[in-house]
Design a protein around this ligand. Structure first.
Ligand code: GDP
Length: 589
């Protein structure tokens, strides 16, 4: 058997370098890329997945392996052992589970009962993370926007999360999204606490849930395992204190710590623009202490921190590890999911930003072709149907989550095409764009000014507004399903030997014969067969037994048949009709 050689390459590689690594002429590689619909010159970069597909097609007996990715590096960073000087820090907790099992209610209950100070003015803010106090100790909760959207922050969120609470409704039990959440938590190597919710409800059956958990390899403590399970009711508040006790217990066992005498670093968990204040970012400090006046760099954006506010909109001077804070002072909007690092001078921060900008420009020069697109190009016979959409959301975090969730719906046959995306209200410009590109506008937690509404009405542009991400995703899924070509199912019914032809016009034939197999029914279609040849496909419009119209005729019976034809047909005695039905079934994504 031929042996396979492994070659390690980066996420992106120029065509020239790849050819060199494969020891093949560049022209050969370019030709192969072209065959697959990728036009790339020697200095252009292609991504790992594209390279992998091409190398497989070349059949060189070479397997490409990705060099350890960024995310793993970051993981390593997170899992780095704190030094001996590290201090204890609060746990960062995310709540996940199936839709309607009570994640929001649980978070609200915890927050409502524990947060003493409410936000000023009663404005509902988009809070991505908040801290509560229980028994004099802090616990940080990450409010992950919907479970499907969690995929978008999974890579980054996982780096921050210490504990995932899997919420399971006691009356419904484990559902597909619960299983996904469990899989995610295990994969991210975070501690799991199961909250069996809605125990106040009739039909609540904790034992059944525990049984189901064991099927997911989560054996509860009372059955000899190590999975912590707490029974709660987000409605009555029962068990909430126990749940919080358990979070603190897991925190103590895990001995969560962070260094504070290091430059502050953490993650951007939300970013948006506020009129009069400029770019505002919510961040979670991972290690170090963040202070007003610090210089921080996040992605290609940097800030001199002007104000630092805690999750209760109170100005603070210092934020310690595991603390969610809101920062103003960014020059440009940082991106959700970016890591930030503090620098001790503006000069150092600027230099770091410039380097990031340069790197991102290098990346931007890459061919914008992903492996999915390549697979589509390879299968270009199956024409791809695209759904044009414009997405507007309230904040950048949710915009990214919506976009990433919708991208995940793409298949080889149908795909979402983003004609426009942005943060803010649905503008007249959006309507114009939707009109010229036949796009549907999806608004997530956004408002439509009256002028846009009027224009949408005039231009017959569809705007759909949602404030629950699942519902938005579901709607797009339905739209994509409509684009799928329907499945055609043919069912054979029976055969007829023609014994006589009584009338033939351009569009109609009346004939008679014997059913020799199966049964005939009306309405149906029929193939007209002479010898081995199919002459035409016609429609059976009527069946007669003697003088009476009938719905069906069985094997061995004689009958009269009315046929409708779209072409002149010279039907003869001895021809056969093969009668069948044809249904078009709508397909679902
Ligand atoms: P999510 O989709 O997981 O965020 O679920 P929600 O928090 O929106 O809850 C879904 C529904 O279940 C809502 O109608 C809640 O009022 C209800 N619910 C949530 N927790 C409980 C509970 O402990 N007991 C009862 N009886 N209903 C609950």
């Amino acid at each position: 058997m031929a042996t396979t050689t492994q070659i390690e390459i980066d996420d992106m590689i120029t065509v020239g370098t790849l050819a060199e690594r494969l020891s093949i002429p560049v022209s050969g590689l370019i030709t192969e890329l072209m065959k697959n619909g990728v036009m790339a010159t020697v200095n252009e970069k292609i991504d790992f997945d594209t390279a992998q597909i091409i190398v497989e097609e070349l059949g060189l007996g070479i397997e490409l392996v990705k060099k350890s990715t960024d995310i793993e590096v970051k993981h390593a960073h997170k899992k780095t052992k704190p030094s001996a000087k590290a201090i204890s820090r609060p746990p960062v907790v995310a709540v996940m589970g199936h839709v309607d099992h009570g994640k929001t209610s649980l978070l609200d209950k915890i927050r409502g009962s524990k947060v003493v100070e409410k936000e000023a003015g009663g404005i509902t803010q988009h809070i991505s993370a908040y801290q509560i106090e229980h028994k004099g100790r802090a616990i940080t909760f990450l409010d992950t926007p919907g479970h499907e959207a969690f995929a978008a922050i999974r890579e980054h969120g996982a780096l921050l999360t210490d504990i995932v609470i899997i919420v399971v409704a006691a009356d419904e039990g484990i559902k597909p999204q619960t299983i996904e959440a469990i899989r995610f938590a295990k994969h991210a190597d975070v501690k799991i606490i199961v909250a069996i919710n809605k125990i106040d409800k009739e039909g609540a059956d904790s034992n059944r849930i525990k049984q189901q958990l064991s099927e997911q390899e989560l054996l509860v403590e009372e059955w000899g395992g190590d999975t912590v399970v707490v029974e709660v009711s987000a409605k009555t508040g029962q068990g909430i204190d126990d749940l919080l006790d358990m979070i603190l217990l897991v925190t103590d066992i895990e001995d969560l710590k962070a260094d504070i005498d290091v430059p502050a670093s953490g993650l951007i968990i939300e970013a948006h623009i506020e009129i009069g204040r400029g770019p505002i970012a919510s961040v979670l400090v991972e290690s170090g202490e963040l202070r007003v006046g610090d210089y921080i760099v996040a992605g290609t954006s940097y800030a001199k921190i002007r104000t630092l506010e805690n999750d209760k909109s109170k100005s603070i001077e210092i934020a310690q590890p595991s603390t969610p804070v809101t920062i103003s002072g960014f020059k440009t909007l940082p991106e959700f999911g970016d890591e930030f690092v503090a620098y001790d001078s503006e000069k150092a921060a600027r230099e770091a930003t410039n380097q990031m900008l340069k790197d991102s420009k290098d990346n931007a020069s890459r061919l914008d072709i992903s492996s999915n697109e390549l697979i589509r190009l390879i299968n270009r016979n199956n024409e791809l149907q695209e759904l044009n959409v414009i997405v507007k959301a309230d904040v950048q975090g949710s915009l990214k989550s919506v976009i990433d969730s919708l991208k995940a719906l793409d298949t080889e046959e149908v795909s979402v095409r983003f004609v426009g995306t942005g943060v803010g209200p649905i503008s007249e410009n959006d309507i114009r764009l939707a009109n010229t590109s036949s796009a549907i506008i999806y608004g997530f937690n956004v408002y439509i000014p009256a002028s846009s509404k009027q224009q949408a009405k005039r231009d017959k542009v569809t705007i759909r507004q949602y404030n629950v991400i699942y519902e938005l995703i579901h709607d797009v899924k339905e739209e994509l399903s409509r684009l799928l070509s329907p499945e055609i199912v043919e069912t054979e019914l029976g055969k007829l030997d023609i014994k006589g032809v009584f009338k033939t016009t351009k569009t109609e034939i009346i004939c008679g014969g014997e059913v020799v197999a199966g049964k005939l029914q009306v309405p149906a279609l029929a193939r007209v067969v002479r010898g081995r040849e199919v002459l035409a496909v016609v429609t059976v419009t009527n069946l007669k037994k003697g003088p009476n119209d009938v719905k069906d005729v069985h094997e061995g019976e004689m009958c009269g048949v009315d046929l409708k034809t779209s072409q002149k047909l010279d039907l003869q005695e001895g021809d056969k009709l093969e009668v069948f039905t044809r249904e078009t079934l709508e397909r679902k994504l």
